[in-house]
Design a protein around this ligand. Structure first.
Ligand SMILES: *Cc1c(COP(=O)(O)O)cnc(C)c1O
Length: 333
């Protein structure tokens, strides 16, 4: 009902599974834990961007474009999935890769997502860390236009009111799944970066009058900046849905305690959380987003921040492909 009037293509294997995390729960104690497997969306290794791209690519097609341009960090999952989405609909893809992470090695530069960008036929240009990537994408679009292409620029992470609709859809999907299995979800935990995932979830739960609260774990910005970005986009997403004013500022929360030295830079908590989940559940998280988000959730549970009778869902947003760019962190010489 909420989403039917928006153009959408099919790119994700939804509904993604909702599974118990019983062995992880045994290892750390605390509330009942579930995992929503958006790492299994199925678009060239999956991840959260597949849901956003369903709406963004439909908009690009409606506007007659034949080239998707988007920015990202060098090991961007979003770029890899945008490249796959472009291929799927016969479009070209160009990425503006920002050298946001310093102290990298050959694996970071060439393996993982970068390797798959190449396999998927995505051309790439590089800009220094801290560059205005939106301006760089706009400039690239002008260059491609001059050569006769019809570019469509997707913002970083696919995070605008169109892309965030993908996570309005996920909010609705999760509510239906939880009610089907009779679970009363109190909270959803996930890694928040460019903010479209959290904004879509918050707007979706608000529009559905769900009591599920969203616990964002920031992977980049300090709390205030992250919450402002999420709130702003959640409000604009609600406007786009035709439900202006439904999102309240207090519905937006981001914990900034797990970023460590910076975006994409490993932390001991991430390594512990990622290996614990791998070795108790056989599930692969990623070093940049879901590993830090899991570190935040485990720490919150250990500190008794969540009630023992809660049902908490961890949203696995994907990204394990980036593990191949972080070999040195896990395989110490
Ligand atoms: C992009 C990404 C996120 C963050 O989602 P945003 O919508 O950018 O906040 C989380 N996890 C993974 C694996 C991602 O690639």
């Amino acid at each position: 009902m909420l989403l039917e009037r928006f153009p959408r293509v099919s790119l994700s294997h939804a509904p993604t599974p909702l599974e118990p995390l019983d062995r992880l729960r045994q290892a750390i104690g605390g509330p009942r834990l579930w995992i929503k497997r958006d790492d299994c969306t199925g678009l060239a290794q999956g991840g959260n961007k597949a849901r956003k791209l369903e709406f963004l690519v439909a908009d690009a097609i409606a506007k007659g474009s034949d080239l998707l341009i988007t920015p990202g960090a060098v090991q961007s999952n979003h770029v890899r999935m945008t490249a796959a989405a472009a291929a799927r609909f016969g479009m070209k893809c160009h990425a503006v890769l920002e050298r946001r992470v310093t102290e990298t090695d050959a694996d970071y530069e060439e393996n993982g997502n970068v390797l798959l960008d190449e396999v998927l036929g995505c051309t790439r240009s590089y800009v220094p860390g801290g560059s205005d990537v939106a301006a760089a994408c706009a400039a690239a679009a002008e260059e491609f236009k001059a050569k006769g292409a019809k570019p469509y620029v997707i913002p970083g992470g696919g995070s605008n009111p169109i892309g965030a609709l993908g996570y309005v859809a996920c909010a609705m999907e999760l509510m239906a799944q939880a009610s089907q299995i009779g679970v009363n979800v109190s909270r959803l935990v996930h890694g928040t970066g460019s903010s479209g995932t959290q904004a879509g979830l918050v707007a979706g739960f608000a529009a559905m009058r769900s009591p599920i609260s969203v616990y964002g774990v920031s992977v980049r910005h300090p709390r205030q900046k992250q919450e402002e970005m999420v709130f702003d986009l959640a409000c604009r997403t609600a406007d786009h849905l035709g439900h202006s004013g439904i999102v309240k500022r207090e519905q937006v929360f981001a914990d900034d305690g797990y970023v460590g030295p910076g975006y994409g830079q490993p932390t001991p908590g991430m390594v512990e959380a990622l290996t614990l989940v791998a070795r108790t559940e056989g599930i692969l998280l990623d070093p940049v987003y879901s590993g830090k988000a899991m570190a935040g959730m485990i720490d919150a549970i250990r500190k008794g921040k969540f009630a023992a009778d809660e049902d908490i869902v961890f949203l696995h947003t994907g990204g394990s492909t980036a593990l191949f760019g972080y070999k040195h962190v896990f395989l110490k010489a």
